[in-house]
Design a binder for this molecule. Structure first.
Ligand code: IPM
Ligand code: MG
Length: 347
């Protein structure tokens, strides 16, 4: 079982370290970890945020454990050299098109949510975000119009096969859960969304057991706060999924708790916390590693087929929270390594 570990920038290395400790504590035979540079860390060392060597290590692994990328000292670099290009490049190059972002309130954390406890307590949803298309990967630029004004532009598009394959992921995920799929788009304004909606409806014919609904993204943002308990699986495009998943994290209580899996057509997957590099708290040992530990659990489940071990890790995190261990993100005083210790102890 070959795992590429890409800690990256900011708090990435700190939280990744704890997730690796948890994986090692499981005592799996044949676990082979290979570390590689990515993001700003890679740029500073090699001049590129996604060195060829890193890409090859990732490509030849069974799974990738990813920390975070983002480094304010790189903000003024040309776009193709910025740290974010590393994660976008990995997603595209490795065909990681399906991003699963589960959001569920842990017992005892209802009070941590930005929502009222009785509203937050009902959250158990999965965002399935398309990851290889949309305005993220279209042509873009800043040009000067004939009258001298500058104009920024980004091309948004989805081809039907791109919509179809992510729709299948959404429907299948719903089959393994409560049987409800909500497709989020902006079909009242965007042609890209109209095609998205048409294709999702076509795919629905294969899944008569699933209750399909459609929602405009603005309404979805509102409903996520008003009554998030209504959602089971949400399937949406790259940009809307990016925004809604950050919003869902605060409904759950902390962005420090949300894991994600980015999956390809095969078993190769990349697993990362959704929180990013958080440069403001990097290096202080205060970041909550739980999102990364939960991402490692998803790695065990989706790429290595180790469901029992995945469930063990998730139970250990839930127990750690139930026992009152809280990082600063949840108003507590436990540091990164302390939280890692507590999880390992409960394994
Ligand atoms: C995420 C992040 C990335 C994205 C950034 C770092 C490029 O916000 O994974 O949600 O926009 O997809
Ligand atoms: Mg994001």
């Amino acid at each position: 079982m070959k795992i590429a570990v890409l800690p990256g920038d900011g708090i990435g290395p700190e939280v990744t370290r704890e997730a690796v400790r948890v994986l090692e504590a499981l005592g799996l035979a044949d676990l082979e970890l290979t570390y590689a540079d990515v993001g700003g860390a890679a740029y500073h060392r090699t001049g590129h945020p996604l060195p060829v060597e890193t890409l090859e290590i990732a490509r030849s692994s069974d799974a990738i454990l990813f920390g975070a990328v983002g480094d304010p000292t790189c903000d003024n670099l040309e776009r193709h050299l910025r740290p974010e290009q590393a994660i976008l490049g990995l997603r595209k190059e490795l065909g990681l098109f399906a991003n699963l972002r589960p959001a569920k309130v842990f017992k005892g954390l209802e009070d941590a949510s930005a929502l009222r406890p009785e509203v937050a307590g009902a959250i158990d949803l999965l965002i399935v975000r398309e990851l290889n298309g949309d305005v993220y990967f279209g042509e873009k630029g800043i040009r000067t119009l004939p009258d001298g004004r500058r104009q920024g532009w980004d091309m948004m598009s989805y081809a039907e096969d791109e919509v179809r394959r992510i729709a299948h992921v959404g429907f299948k995920a719903a089959q393994g859960r409560r049987g409800k799929l909500c497709s989020v788009d902006k079909a009242n304004v965007l042609e890209t969304s109209q095609l998205w909606r048409d294709v999702v409806c076509e795919v629905a014919a294969d899944y008569p057991d699933i209750e399909l609904s459609h929602m405009y993204v603005d309404n979805a943002a509102m409903q996520l706060v008003r009554s998030p308990g209504q959602f089971d699986v949400i399937v949406t495009g790259n940009l809307f999924g990016d925004i809604l998943s950050d919003q869902a994290s605060m409904c759950v209580g902390s962005i420090g708790l949300l894991a994600s899996a980015s999956l390809s057509e095969g078993t190769l997957g990349l697993y990362e916390p959704i929180h990013g590099s958080a440069p403001d708290i990097a290096g202080q040992g205060v970041a909550n590693p739980m999102a990364t530990v939960l991402s490692a659990a998803m790695l065990l489940r989706h790429s290595l087929g180790l469901e029992a071990q995945a469930a063990r890790v998730e139970a250990a995190v839930a127990k750690t929270l139930a026992d009152g261990v809280r990082g600063a993100d949840l108003g507590g005083s436990h540091g990164t390594a302390q939280i890692g210790d507590a999880i390992v102890e409960r394994l």
